[in-house]
Design a binder for this molecule. Sequence first.
Ligand SMILES: *Cc1c(COP(=O)(O)O)cnc(C)c1O
Length: 226
Amino acid sequence: MAPDAQLADRLARVESGIVDACRAAGRDRSEVTLIVVTKFHPADLIRDLAELGVRDVGENRHQDAAPKAAELADLPLTWHFVGQLQSNKARAVAQYARVIHSVDRPSLVTALARTDVPLDVFLEVNLTDDPGRGGVAPEQLLPLAETVLEHPSLTLRGVMSVAPLGEEPRAAFARLRGHAERVRTVAPEATQLSAGMSGDYAEAIAEGATHLRIGTAITGERPPRP
Ligand SMILES: *Cc1c(COP(=O)(O)O)cnc(C)c1O
């Protein structure tokens, strides 16, 4: 099979997996946005994905994402930033990304607000006991949500997380869902849940995910980090 036929095949498999998981959860497929995480892959692969109908792509490093977004500016793509973000890169990332999934501290909120670019924001929650992992600690989540609400250019969409290794993903996503409910007590519009990767998107859909971030199941193995 030609590489693009393989890509189309993997995309179709994941799409049917999403449809099945939605049906099993009694949810409508239209409630769920598929973001294809294209980190480490070249711009050509993203162009192929766009031809296959993909409209949402995710990247985790500004240095890699910026040249790809520039090269593909002719395509009708929404760029999602899903990686750890340094405050001093906020302005540059806001040039192409419309959605930031990894907001985890007040200084980053301030830096994003200072760009004056309208941005959708997810608060990344750390579901592990390791404070060194990405994400805000659950006890800091509501104050962080309130900080986002102070800035009119930022729209708080909801919460995001990665299921910790060594825990049943469904149990982790159930906890994330609880955190999402807490955020809604201060931000009723923040109804979205960014959860689910190649290995656990069905469990995420079962727990209410609205934004799946799927890489390798669609793109194939990632090449070494550029
Ligand atoms: C790489 C990445 C993904 C996609 O992971 P896969 O296992 O390849 O599907 C999702 N979310 C984040 C934050 C990532 O960094």
